[in-house]
Design a protein around this ligand. Structure first.
Ligand SMILES: *Cc1c(COP(=O)(O)O)cnc(C)c1O
Length: 231
């Protein structure tokens, strides 16, 4: 039987190999373990194997995990990577260290206002809708710079970079094009805001392609914790 520790080590190996192929330093690429729908015991198993960054998609679930593990694992860094309605921003502001899916000024300004004063600024990635499909969340590349400008002025937020969920496709060319466009946008943003250092793209099935195109944070769920039940 393979354990969570084995699968975590395997994911790290895949990252290291992908980095090597692109002549990149593996230290530039962070692994975010996506624990959505999985129990705290799974998070603890990954934690015991050295993992500290965890990603959650659902507000209530994320809040209850962060609270339950606060005392036993105080150094977990919690990343919110799911869709967020503006009436739920307070929970994220109070319990998370990173928020990857900001795509509207309204959400950003609520997070800024609701971030508790004793906590450091919330780290923000702007989600980009790279495929341009109406049904997908994220801001358009055209709107990116004006949103970034507003976020950069909010004292309780730190703009760290971009996040995207590209088209689910087996078309390698389309996949590469989307990752490349994201990398261009990222470089543009980085030139304007020196604190920007995060390009959050790549998941269990495409982490190699994402790293080849410049990803600095891959979000890995099923490859570490196993397949999820549909919900
Ligand atoms: C679920 C999820 C992941 C992880 O996906 P896997 O294919 O299980 O690695 C990554 N990013 C986001 C935004 C997700 O919702």
């Amino acid at each position: 039987m393979t354990t969570i520790a084995d699968r975590l080590a395997n994911a790290q190996l895949r990252i290291a190999q992908a980095a090597q192929i692109s002549s990149r330093n593996a230290d530039e690429i962070q692994l975010l373990a996506v624990s959505k729908t999985k129990p705290n015991t799974d998070i603890l198993a990954a934690y015991a194997a050295g993992q500290r960054r965890f990603g959650e998609n659902y507000v209530q679930e994320g809040e209850s995990k962060a609270k339950a593990l606060q005392d036993s694992c105080p150094d977990i860094e919690w990343h919110f990577i799911g869709p967020l309605q503006s009436n739920k921003t307070k929970v994220i502001a109070a319990h998370f260290d990173w928020m990857h899916t900001v795509s509207r000024e309204k959400i950003a300004s609520r997070l800024n206002e609701q971030r508790p004063p004793e906590l450091p600024a919330l780290n923000i990635c702007i989600q980009i809708n790279i495929s341009g499909e109406q049904s997908k969340s994220g801001t358009t590349p055209d709107e990116l710079l004006s949103l970034a400008e507003k976020i950069a002025l909010m004292p309780k937020l730190t703009l760290r970079g971009l996040m995207a969920i590209p088209t689910a496709t087996s078309d390698k060319q389309l996949q590469r094009d989307e990752f490349q466009q994201l990398h261009h946008l990222y470089q543009e943003l980085k030139r304007l805001y020196p604190q920007v250092d995060t390009l959050s793209m790549g998941m269990s099935n495409d982490l190699e392609q994402a790293i080849e195109q410049g990803s600095t944070m891959v979000r890995i769920g099923s490859a570490i914790f196993g397949e999820r039940e549909k919900r």
